[in-house]
Design a protein around this ligand. Sequence first.
Ligand SMILES: Nc1ncnc2c1ncn2[C@@H]1O[C@H](COP(=O)(O)OP(=O)(O)O)[C@@H](O)[C@H]1O
Ligand SMILES: [Mg+2]
Length: 144
Amino acid sequence: MTRPHGHLQDTTVCSVERETDVPHVVAASRQFCLAHGLSPLLAAHVATAASELANNLWMHTTRGGTITLRLLTQPTRRGVELLSGDEGPGIVDLALAQQEGYSTGGGLGCGLPGVQRLMDDFEIRSTPGLGTWVRACKWAKLGT
Ligand SMILES: Nc1ncnc2c1ncn2[C@@H]1O[C@H](COP(=O)(O)OP(=O)(O)O)[C@@H](O)[C@H]1O
Ligand SMILES: [Mg+2]
């Protein structure tokens, strides 16, 4: 799509296939927030959450997936949405996967609970054999 010169993209898609894609997602997330005038603190939280979701993509799937950043604009508030999507093995027990310290291997088991704490809204869906979908939003405080 052609956009007028200087127009900020309100959606950015990052693909994650390997570990070395994670720092790119972290930088892109932080940059996306700052470019849209959101605070450095909010940008840091979103970038950290994006880092955990990106790590899960290369660690727990074979083909990776995507992290999509989207600007949320509502009449009274602004925010950022992180959407992680993959067509990996999926998660059989979602409640267990969200427990602090639970890991099927490769990590400390703090990723999903950490994303939940760092972000305001958190939603996860998964179908074993089909994939996993995580949506997490962070809202800017009014007037910031
Ligand atoms: N995208 C994903 N696809 C399949 N399984 C996942 C995915 N993300 C998380 N999981 C499962 O949820 C568990 C908990 O995730 P997390 O809290 O990030 O801990 P860790 O990554 O350190 O294991 C993982 O160990 C894994 O079993
Ligand atoms: Mg993890």
